[in-house]
Design a protein around this ligand. Structure first.
Ligand code: FES
Length: 146
């Protein structure tokens, strides 16, 4: 590759990388949260669901909550201010970690799908996802991991 072509290619790569970084940094809708462990509960502030757009307040449909002591993340769906569902992102077929796509959790291993309540939508899995009880207090979710 000649010098001119190298510089041209490099500049385009840097510009597109910088643009992507700028977009990611300006996006406050990240759906990954760090849950704090308190006893046998994982704590998630309700504010983690809030997206502020100017004067408007919107809410994320779900959060993927992680903590280093958990082998799998927990997907927390928000249905309204008083209704949430916390689902272990472990496929009930053979234990692969699930991926979230909006209202569905999909397994990358063999294609099982679960809805936002953890029910099987398509196999080979036949068992619903593990759900964790949630209580709401002091503007936070307490997800019981017992
Ligand atoms: S491990 Fe998920 S479908 Fe097989």
């Amino acid at each position: 590759m000649d010098r001119r072509k190298f510089l041209k290619t490099g500049c385009i790569s840097c510009m597109s990388g910088g643009l992507l970084l700028g977009i990611l940094e300006s996006c406050d809708s990240t759906k990954i949260a760090a849950g704090k462990i308190s006893g046998s509960d994982m704590i998630v502030p309700l504010s983690d669901f809030v997206i502020t757009k100017g004067d408007k307040k919107e809410f994320k449909r779900y959060l993927v909550v992680q903590n280093e002591i958990l082998q799998y993340p927990v997907c927390v769906y928000r249905f309204d201010e008083n209704n949430y569902e916390a689902l272990l992102m472990k496929c009930t077929h053979q234990g692969a970690e699930l991926q979230v796509f909006g209202d569905k959790l999909q397994c990358p291993a063999h294609g099982s799908e679960f809805n936002d309540h953890g029910d099987v939508q398509s196999g080979p899995a036949i068992t619903s996802l593990r759900k964790f009880p949630i209580t709401i207090a002091d503007n936070q979710l307490k997800i019981s991991l017992k």
